[in-house]
Design a protein around this ligand. Sequence first.
Ligand SMILES: Nc1nc2c(c(=O)[nH]1)N[C@H]1C(S)=C(S)[C@@H](COP(=O)(O)O)O[C@H]1N2
Ligand SMILES: [Mo]
Length: 391
Amino acid sequence: MTRRRFLQASAGAAVTAGLASPSSSAAQSPIVVPFVDEGNFPLGRTVGAGLGRRRALDLSGLSPDSLLVPQDRFFIRTGCPDPLPSPAGWKIHVHGLVETPREIPIEELRREAADEGARLLECAGNSRFLHFGLMSVARWGGVRLERVLERVRLRPRATRVLVSGFDEHRVQDAGSVPGASWVFGLDDVRDAGAFLATEMNGAPLAPDHGYPVRLVVPGWYACTAIKWVNEIVLVDDEAQATAHMREYAGRTHQDPDGPRDRQLMEGGLRPEGPLLAKDFKPATIDPAALPVRVEELRGADGKIRYRIVGILWGGRSPVRSLHIRIRPGVGEATVDEIASRSSGPWTLWSHAFEAPRPGRYRIELAVGDAGVRTRRLDQGFYEREIEIAGD
Ligand SMILES: Nc1nc2c(c(=O)[nH]1)N[C@H]1C(S)=C(S)[C@@H](COP(=O)(O)O)O[C@H]1N2
Ligand SMILES: [Mo]
């Protein structure tokens, strides 16, 4: 069935479960139905070191009261480099197409840091194998990059800005290329409201989250959220895409047929994505939805039902309608309830269903709003399967 037919077929009304209302088995904690075929990557534990360090957030515990993630639970992708220079006396070097290069001391940023609100980071390499736990929300404090750039006079040719972070690690990782930097269009910096963050949830950043300063680009994948920022370079439209951008080209949905670097290809390297930074599209996160917990509920009549709790995030404007399909044999519906959208960058939703028999069920979601691009949902990226046990 095509996505369009799925959306048409699921326009029917549904039963309201009530996200905030206690489940019918409120006395005991509900039985949780496990997601299956996701491997056994540990949740909520920091594993590995250097470029290979990871911590995946256990999303199943999210509730209306816990939508801000404490720093010591916030996901980690790449640990604090062990040869990191002392953060006391940290400076950001601003140079390139500017009249006079400048060094911005960290104290200057700290003094000017203002509330930047609750913002979500999601690793572009988030995956089922990590139980989709490379995603978290915190309340940030920092200084807009646009404001920082006002401290230097740009040369007329400057159209883009490269933000680079310290990224030398003693421990390497098979799946990662060292060096973290991204080139942004000056318009994108302004539109997204990119900021240099010095605070998370009212405290200085933890070392693994980029202390003393990192970039946050609201609405963009976190591969652009460069940690341990030490360099800002004004560049023009000839600037090449960085190795870090190429590493994330596929995962940020860059055009695989974009212009390539012939020299590098002939040299045996197979770079992904366009050669020039200007040919990279903004690495924005499309609206997406994910089930995070499935509970078994026994009604007063003894009948068993299941309630799926999920999250909804991404996109620039709030999603109004979410459709769910549960296979086999349950069918399609509009999601029962989406919590208030004012709650921040991710929103909880819930949906109740009856399962015809024990066994495996696949849960798929789609955004019903017309004209909304949902590349990952369309690919089935966030589909999950549960296993309902027999008696
Ligand atoms: N210097 C540096 N910055 C970096 C990275 C890195 O490897 N080195 N990884 C990026 C990626 S891929 C992600 S997903 C986020 C993760 O941020 P977190 O560990 O604070 O959650 O940092 C980004 N910033
Ligand atoms: Mo990432």
